[in-house]
Ligand binder design. Structure first.
Ligand code: ADP
Length: 161
């Protein structure tokens, strides 16, 4: 059984993330979406909210599980018996950081390898930050996230006002 972890902040999950989740779930037996519990990034959504949203939008994918984690990603991978880390690459700007991270992770845990999925061109520009920036100024985010996530984002900005 080949298990992979797809880690990230997912603040919030976008169509770009979902595309990677769907594609990775086809090539792996079991995919764990790992939601990083990282307070230093001061996320818009709490880790519990991000996990809940991801569970809702991946409910139709039977081999996908969603969990939060803190600390070192490779420790979470080893605990979860995952041999693969999945990451998405949008542009060359992602590459340098991702290369360094994957090499560091391999140094710490030689049995865990990183597999990169190149972005679907439709979503190459898309990031959680862009979604938040557009939503903050009342813009339409329906092209960026599923309808239920768009509603959560709108509600969150309304609460903040
Ligand atoms: P992180 O804070 O770890 O970068 P993100 O939630 O921003 O977390 O991203 C998680 C992963 O998803 C990263 O590998 C990132 O490159 C990838 N990703 C994000 N948006 C897209 C997209 N539009 N297309 C492909 N991959 C993406």
């Amino acid at each position: 059984m080949r298990t992979a972890i797809y880690p990230g902040s997912f603040d919030p999950v976008t169509f770009g993330h979902l595309d990677i989740i769907q594609r990775a779930s086809h090539v792996m037996d079991h995919l764990i979406v790992g939601v990083l519990n990282n307070n230093s990034k001061s996320p818009l959504f709490s880790v519990e909210e991000r996990v809940k949203m991801l569970k809702e939008v991946t409910a139709h994918l039977p081999n996908v599980e969603v969990q939060s984690f803190g600390g070192l990603l490779v420790d979470f991978a080893v605990q979860s018996k995952a041999s693969v880390i999945i990451r998405g690459l949008r542009a060359i700007t992602d590459f340098e950081y991702e290369l360094q991270m994957s090499q560091t992770n391999r140094k710490i845990a030689p049995n865990v390898d990183t597999i990169f999925f190149t972005t679907n061109l439709k979503y190459a520009y898309l990031s959680s930050s862009i979604v938040k920036e557009v939503a903050m100024f009342g813009g339409n985010i329906d092209e960026f996230v599923p309808p239920m996530i768009a509603q959560y984002v709108r509600d969150k900005f309304e609460q903040k006002q």
